[in-house]
Ligand binder design. Structure first.
Ligand code: SF4
Length: 343
């Protein structure tokens, strides 16, 4: 029973079942989540008897680092982690305005198969367990000695297809007696599953939501995101609006710019129009596509800036995302795909 998979309440219950006082749970969690001590032996405020008893019931398992790449330019660090069953996942440590941000995975591979994503190309294996999601943060902190301030669920997988485990992991990361990361510093990024977006808004978590829209017409979206044939843009944005009404959080729209595909003036104007019609607080993040996969080219800087200006002139807040880790294959899924190809 990996401690990292328990909610706070569940862990307290387990500790009490063993005949220990409730506050012992807080002590153990403080060692694990704050002091990054992963051996009961080193938990010096526990009695020798407790230090012997606890490992008979619990483990504290982190994934193994099998590959690590550090950018020379901005210290972005990409990890390839191996899970207990031998599957591998990627996580990234990056620095945003000087603060450490972890980008974590929620699935081994991804069933959505977006055409611009290396993870999508490598197929889908399984959902991650709660402890496998949470432990990515601790493994990054233990390796880098950087305290993670922000978490984005934007690595491998579609978080809302692993809904229960993702939401439980958010509660663990946010809990004051556990990882204690502010809820407004946690972002879930989804390709857009309307019923799950609405449900997320009703969880009582003021979490950030990012929608990977990547096109302003359903026809174009279907060409790059197979799931788009099931959910129309209007339905997704309507769900995002309901999320916002429940949480009062600004919604981020992610838009990957692909040369001569979705980078035309009419794409920008249509995007501005649909977002204005929704009457939501939105922010558009423009992301020049990573040309790692064959057939993908990013637009010129001039075209990227023009796209942004059209949005801004229409009253939509927009930014071009600054690239991180350009020298370390930081595009989602690249490291794992290469490792799989070598096998
Ligand atoms: S972009 Fe996200 S949803 Fe699409 S295949 Fe990649 S990991 Fe999955």
């Amino acid at each position: 029973m990996n401690i990292l998979g328990f909610s706070y309440e569940e862990f307290v219950e387990e500790i009490v079942k063993l005949g220990l006082e409730r506050y012992r749970a807080d002590q153990v969690l403080d060692w694990v989540y704050q002091k990054l001590v992963f051996s009961f032996d080193q938990m010096t405020n526990l009695s020798k008897e407790h230090r012997r008893l606890l490992p008979q019931h619990f483990s504290i398992d982190l994934p193994k680092v099998v590959e690590k790449k550090v950018s020379k330019f901005d210290k972005t660090t990409k990890y390839l982690f191996e899970l207990k069953d031998g599957n591998t996942i990627e996580s990234v440590l990056l620095f945003h305005e000087g603060y450490a941000t972890a980008c974590i995975s929620t699935q081994v591979g991804c069933p959505i198969r977006c055409s611009f994503c290396a993870t999508g190309q490598s197929g889908f294996v399984r959902n991650l367990e709660v402890d496998e999601i949470v432990s990515q943060i601790l493994a990054i902190e233990a390796d880098s000695r950087q305290k993670i301030r922000n978490v984005v669920y934007m690595g491998m997988g579609e978080p809302l297809l692993n809904y229960d485990n993702v939401v439980k992991s958010v509660r663990i990361l946010n809990h004051k007696k556990m990882k204690n990361i502010g809820i407004r510093r946690i972002t879930i990024s989804t390709v857009g599953i309307p019923e799950k977006i609405i449900k997320l808004g009703q969880e009582g978590l003021d979490i950030n939501l990012a929608i990977s829209l990547h096109a302003s017409s359903n026809e174009k979206r279907m060409q790059i995101i197979p799931l788009a044939s099931k959910y129309a843009i209007e339905e997704i944005l309507d769900a995002a609006k309901q999320f916002q009404q429940n949480t009062d959080r600004r919604v981020t729209i992610e838009y990957i710019l692909i040369k001569e595909f979705n980078d035309y003036d009419e794409d920008a104007r249509r995007l501005a129009k649909i977002l204005k019609e929704m009457k939501m607080k939105v922010f558009v993040n423009l992301i020049p596509v990573n040309p790692a996969l064959p057939g993908l080219e990013r637009p010129s800087i001039w075209k990227i800036n023009r796209f942004k200006e059209i949005l801004v002139e229409s009253g939509i807040e927009a930014e071009v995302r600054r690239e991180k880790g350009v020298d370390i294959e930081a595009a989602c899924g690249q490291l794992r795909l290469r490792a799989l190809q070598k096998r």
